[in-house]
Write a protein that binds this ligand. Structure first.
Ligand SMILES: [Zn+2]
Ligand SMILES: [Zn+2]
Length: 387
């Protein structure tokens, strides 16, 4: 067996016991074993509590998510539609409950300066947060911290894009709806934010406003959205320590997450062997201290359900293409090596293109998603201010 083969096999087996992450390699080397499960969900959905929604009751959304096997869901109605009526909070509705799907407390912060999604493991005062929308950023940030909620910049280059300081946000919606083409500029914004030194995780969200299949008489809204975009297009995956609200929010905040075109599409795992012991030390979302020595990165596509499929894995380093690698469903993984500079910040992330896996519940979504299959969050070097 060649050394390269042994390294690959060791890296694959190491994925089963990923070490504690989010801290320096020195700290993690002897750390406790990280445990978690991959959970899938949608983080941007509108129900009938949003006035621009139709045919999309909370009950219908929850039933669909349960039937499709989603693990979590954030119904993010526009907070300006609550009009100060706390009884109108999405989570106040009797049908906002599920024994199968973890329902986050969530709302879309809807302001003249743009939109952001608020996620929380506990109920929060969305009316108070909406009322501060015209304040200075520092005051908004202070309130957000007091409320202990996660704020995520929505559709950053489309209508109603997030127009506040990115100091306020914990993540960015780089993949909004199944219509991938409109997200391409968002990737550039994300890379610019990362290059500026921000450790900013990405997430997805369908932003579906209308129930599918569309049986309503009101067909005034966007027809593409009605036919080809619904819960799970795209799907955000999180590697959660616990299958509960806090577990999902924590994974989003650190960036232990990736995005796939739909729940049946391949899920990308991205990890690194930092100390050269043959097993991964960290995964996407983690920040490591660069040592000036070469490290081994590993990309794996889980749940490749198309036997003939060939995928292109593009690695982006600091906003530029580092390399592209061909993988297929038979061996859906690749290993590469690089030496992150000892000084300065650098990051690596992965994009996967290829054929779309079928999503029978939203059959026309593949037609407008094109070839974008999955995105990873970055692995960061020297992004921790203590390094
Ligand atoms: Zn919006
Ligand atoms: Zn929205």
């Amino acid at each position: 067996m060649s050394l390269a083969t042994r390294v690959v096999l060791a890296a694959v087996s190491g994925l089963l016991a990923l070490h504690a992450t989010g801290i320096s390699a020195a700290d993690s080397a002897g750390g406790t074993s990280m445990r978690g499960d991959w959970l899938k969900g949608d983080l941007h959905i509108h129900s009938h509590h949003s006035r621009d929604s139709s045919n999309n009751s909370i009950g219908k959304i929850v039933r669909f998510a349960e039937d499709q096997g989603f693990d979590f869901l954030a119904i993010t109605d526009h907070d300006n539609h609550v009009d100060g009526d706390v009884a109108a909070h999405t989570w106040a509705a009797p049908e906002w409950r599920s024994d199968k799907v973890v329902l986050l407390y969530a709302a879309e912060w809807t302001t003249d300066r743009g939109h952001g999604n608020v996620f929380s493991s506990r109920p929060f005062d969305e009316v108070q947060f909406h009322r501060i929308r015209d304040a200075r950023d520092a005051d908004i940030l202070a309130l957000k911290r007091r409320m202990k909620v996660h704020l995520s910049a929505n559709h950053p280059t489309n209508k109603d894009h997030f127009g506040f300081s990115y100091d306020l946000v914990d993540s960015i919606e780089v993949w909004n709806s199944s219509n991938w083409a409109k997200n391409i500029p968002s990737l550039a914004v994300w890379d610019d934010m990362l290059k500026s030194g921000r450790k900013l995780p990405a997430r997805g969200g369908s932003d579906a406003h209308h129930g599918w299949p569309d049986t309503s008489a009101d067909r005034s809204s966007n027809s593409i959205e009605r036919l080809a975009n619904y819960i799970g297009t795209p799907t955000t995956w999180v590697y959660a320590r616990t299958r509960d609200r806090q577990g999902v929010v924590d994974a989003l905040t650190v960036g232990h997450s990736s995005i796939s075109a739909n729940p049946n599409a391949p899920r990308v795992e991205f990890s690194v062997d930092h100390d050269g012991d043959g097993s991964p030390d960290a995964m996407m979302g983690d920040s490591l201290r660069a040592t000036g020595k070469a490290v081994i990165f590993h990309v794996k596509l889980a749940q490749c359900d198309i036997p003939w499929a060939a995928y292109q894995v593009k690695v982006v380093r600091n906003g530029e293409t580092f390399g592209t690698y061909a993988v297929d469903a038979e061996k859906p993984e690749v290993t590469f090596t690089d030496t992150p500079p000892e000084r300065g910040r650098s990051y690596y992330r992965v994009e996967v293109q290829g054929p779309q896996s079928a999503y029978p519940a939203v059959p026309m979504s593949a037609g407008i998603t094109g070839t974008m299959v999955a995105l990873s969050n970055p692995i960061f070097f020297n992004f921790d201010p203590n390094f």
